[in-house]
Design a protein around this ligand. Structure first.
Ligand SMILES: [Zn+2]
Length: 135
């Protein structure tokens, strides 16, 4: 048995207790959901453009349509997600964009590339099982 801090009222309560003895907050249920969110956490590392023919090349990163941050050419950006997240990379000078659906519960490394044939940006998952020593 251990004492944990009640997330509702801040009092110390037993982690075996069903409810907080001070405010009645459901402790076990809360522990379970906290545990679940830890397991379901995912990490996404986005690598910016590496193709030197592109001038500028800073990509804006959107998570489920909300602007998050930008990643410069040759740089990388680490994102923690707690649910499946649609990641979109857009270039400031035009509306071309790459999309990737990031899943929780694993590490995903995404390389943004510009496809000259298709004239669009793409987000390609890098296979993390084959070590990318140059990444
Ligand atoms: Zn409480």
């Amino acid at each position: 048995m251990a004492l944990i801090k009640c997330p509702e009222c801040g009092s110390m309560v037993s982690n075996q207790a069903k409810n907080c003895i001070h405010c009645g907050y459901p402790i076990n249920e809360n522990n379970v959901s906290q545990l679940k969110s830890q397991i379901n956490e995912g990490t996404v590392i986005i690598y910016g453009l590496r193709q030197t023919f592109l001038i500028g090349g800073t990509m804006k990163i959107y998570l489920d349509g909300e602007y998050y941050d930008s990643v410069k050419k040759g740089a990388s950006l680490e994102i923690k997600i707690t649910k499946d997240t649609q990641i979109t990379a857009k270039c400031g000078i035009n509306v071309m964009k790459g999309k990737y659906l990031a899943k929780v519960g694993k590490l995903q490394k995404i390389q943004i590339v510009y496809d000259r044939l298709l004239g669009t940006f793409m987000m390609q998952e890098i296979d993390t099982s084959i070590g990318n020593s140059n990444m």
